[in-house]
Design a protein around this ligand. Structure first.
Ligand code: HEC
Ligand code: HEC
Length: 304
């Protein structure tokens, strides 16, 4: 963990292009059992060939960690890919690119078709980055794919590798509670993400990403599901202390984060939240879109 912190903070501060791509220590997680299961190690930066391929890998890496600044036309919020795929897409249990790349093409219920890897990334552009996905054959998409391909060097294809995705954290028997979630948030998250989930900026650039509001992921993003956010949070947050929250705390704080407004689901149907809820949210894990919480309709969208 000690080795990881500076890299993450550098990445968060926008110096990521200069930060080392390689992480020698793959055993940062303190989540019980997680160290034992993650065995795949992506190649080190020093193994990158000094040729056209190596150059493209570096370009993809830069786009991955500095997405918002390098691709303003494609990103509609304040986030970079590496904000949710930690350690530059290398970290096990943080949906690492080496766990993803070898699993595509694959069928996705979300858009009801077989998705290529490029199409999968386009999904994260549209929802997680609240933006306009670049064309599948654009130079940036190629660079992002080449970066993921390189991280997957020597991984088997079509076989789920340990460490892929964000491991499920089952919903606690008693459900979740917003008040407890708010308390966890104020005690353990606000110091970095701000009292109102707004993140922190230095010289106009986010150094801590926002969790809700106009610069956050939108209502169509995977992270808007409380179950998905709880999994991400349990295994990755608070930054530097993964695995320190109980399952209950992870669910409570995920529910608190995801009861706040964020950009509208771009699939909004005929301006109707209710139609959109029925079509896209009724069977999408545990989420609050289109529901009343304390008499307030959730999912109105926070402008942009
Ligand atoms: C707000 C958080 C967030 C951001 C920002 C984000 N993603 Fe994701 N990404 C997710 C979530 C959540 C999933 C679903 C993971 C799962 O199903 O376990 C995901 C899934 C993926 C997957 C598929 C993973 C797999 O194992 O199949 C890829 C590839 C991916 N993202 C790439 C990107 C790229 C490239 C960017 C930047 C353009 C990006 N993501 C930005 C949250 C994010
Ligand atoms: C020490 C500072 C710090 C603390 C404390 C912290 N985070 Fe984070 N968090 C970050 C940083 C930095 C990132 C982006 C990681 C990166 O870019 O490498 C992040 C990313 C995230 C993301 C995904 C990106 C986004 O903006 O949606 C979520 C969700 C999140 N944190 C939730 C939480 C929650 C919930 C807590 C409290 C339990 C918490 N964090 C505590 C610094 C922190």
């Amino acid at each position: 963990m000690r080795a990881l912190m500076p890299t993450l903070l550098l990445a968060a501060m926008g110096h990521a292009v200069a930060a080392p791509i390689a992480m020698e220590d793959q055993s940062q997680l303190q989540v019980p059992g997680a160290e034992a299961s993650a065995q795949f190690a992506p190649p080190a930066e020093s193994e990158l060939p000094d040729n056209a391929f190596g150059k493209m890998v570096r370009e993809g890496h830069a786009l991955f960690v500095d997405t918002r600044r390098l691709m303003p036309e494609a990103v509609g919020n304040g986030l970079n890919c590496s904000n949710c795929h930690l350690d530059q897409g290398r970290l096990a249990h943080s949906a690492p690119m080496w766990g993803a790349y070898p699993m595509y093409p694959a069928y996705r219920k979300k858009n009801d078709k077989v998705n290529t890897y490029a199409e999968r990334i386009q999904g994260c552009f549209q929802f997680s980055m609240n933006g306009k996905p670049p064309a599948a054959d654009s130079p940036q998409m190629t660079a992002l794919s080449v970066y993921a391909y390189w991280l997957s060097t020597k991984a088997p294809t079509g076989v789920e590798i340990a460490g892929r995705g964000y491991p499920d954290v089952p919903q606690p028997k008693g459900g979740y509670d917003f008040k407890r979630g708010e308390a966890v948030y104020q005690a353990q998250c606000a110091i970095c993400h701000g009292d109102n989930g707004e993140g922190q900026k230095v010289a106009g650039d986010y150094v801590m990403p926002p969790l809700w509001g106009k610069d956050s992921y939108n209502w169509g993003a995977g992270m808007h599901r409380i179950n998905t956010a709880a999994s991400f949070i349990k295994y990755n947050m608070p930054l530097g202390k993964p695995g320190s929250l109980s399952d209950q705390q992870a669910w409570d704080v995920a529910a608190w984060v995801n009861r706040h407004e964020r950009p509208q689901d771009p699939r909004l149907m005929e301006g109707s939240i209710e139609k959109t809820r029925l079509k896209f949210h009724a069977n999408d894990g545990v989420n609050l879109y289109g529901q009343q919480v304390d008499g307030v309709l959730i999912g109105r969208g926070s402008g942009s």
